[in-house]
Design a protein around this ligand. Structure first.
Ligand SMILES: C[S@@+](CC[C@H](N)C(=O)[O-])C[C@H]1O[C@@H](n2cnc3c(N)ncnc32)[C@H](O)[C@@H]1O
Length: 276
């Protein structure tokens, strides 16, 4: 393997700009160790001896861009992350939605789904709701910019802490919706039958245009600066049905942005009255 040169301040700045260009993610100089650690194995695999050469590859070879995106995105997630929100969805959102939309199909968008724990949590939520309250038609669109994450989400195969945490916190759901195997556990096909997977960059409008009753936009805005947060919100707005709820992550707030969303409760937003 060619030895890799150090990441100089000038090269680091160019790399940070390249990350922003392809993902919208805003990094600063403190991310240099993270970038080095993530990019070096890929550079070695491609026998590229400098970051400059790797950046040129990303810019000149479109097939390298998805690998680059996989490497620079952070994909931490877990089943039923932020339990308080899932309580709200089970006890408030779904009963109210079903009362006011009898016989309609509930459309959910898991908008930065990572490896899929969030979208399968939503599917389990809907399946459990049906057991208690009768039929509920639902569809889930799962999108992420990382094709590697989408592949993991589509496979629905989980191991390690992800499954252990779920088995400890929700043993009945684990037993009902997962099949144990040597690698951990796989979600049952019934959890996948209402799910569509699609690669999507949140800085662009969703195509084809679709509207949702619930958008889970959790733990992704934190990676963007205010300008790109605003772009993400502007792009998501046409995807909100008039009564829809937008759910953010625990450390995210959009109240300071000039947005069309109004604050309902921590992490929960809806369209401002009068917005189409
Ligand atoms: C920390 S995970 C959040 C996963 C899940 N929503 C949750 O809250 O547990 C952030 C995800 O955002 C995705 N992401 C980053 N930039 C994106 C962009 N511009 N468009 C779409 N997804 C993006 C990453 O690939 C990553 O999977």
């Amino acid at each position: 393997m060619a030895s890799v040169a150090e990441l100089s301040p000038v090269t680091l700045a160019a790399l940070i700009a390249l990350v922003r260009k392809h993902t919208g993610i805003a990094m600063n100089e403190r991310k240099s160790v993270l970038l080095e650690r993530r990019l070096r194995p890929r550079m070695a695999a491609l026998a590229l001896g400098s970051y400059q050469a790797y950046m040129e590859r990303v810019e000149s070879d479109r097939s390298e861009v998805p690998h680059f995106i996989d490497l620079v995105t952070t994909n931490d997630t877990q089943f039923f992350r932020t339990p308080h929100i899932w309580e709200y969805l089970a006890k408030r959102f779904l009963p109210e939605w079903q009362r006011s939309h009898p016989d309609q199909c509930l459309n959910i968008w898991s908008a930065a789904s990572a490896s899929g724990e969030e979208l399968y949590s939503a599917a389990m939520l809907c399946e459990e709701f049906q057991l208690l309250h009768g039929p509920l038609r639902y569809r889930i669109l799962a999108t992420d910019i990382s094709q590697q994450m989408l592949a993991l989400a589509t496979a629905g195969q989980y191991g390690g802490r992800s499954v252990e945490r779920l088995r400890a916190s929700h043993p009945a759901l684990y037993a009902r919706y997962f099949v144990a195997n040597t690698a951990g556990a796989r979600v049952r096909d019934e959890l996948k039958r209402n799910v569509t997977f699609c690669r999507h960059n949140l800085l662009q409008p969703l195509r084809p245009a679709q509207q949702f009753d619930l958008i889970l936009l959790r733990n992704v805005l934190i990676y963007f600066d205010a300008e790109h947060q605003q772009t993400v919100l502007d792009c998501a707005r046409p995807s909100m049905k008039p009564h829809a709820r937008l759910i953010l992550g625990e450390s995210e707030s959009i109240q300071r942005l000039a947005s069309d969303y109004s604050y309902d409760a921590p992490m929960i937003y809806s369209l401002r009255a009068g917005q189409p």
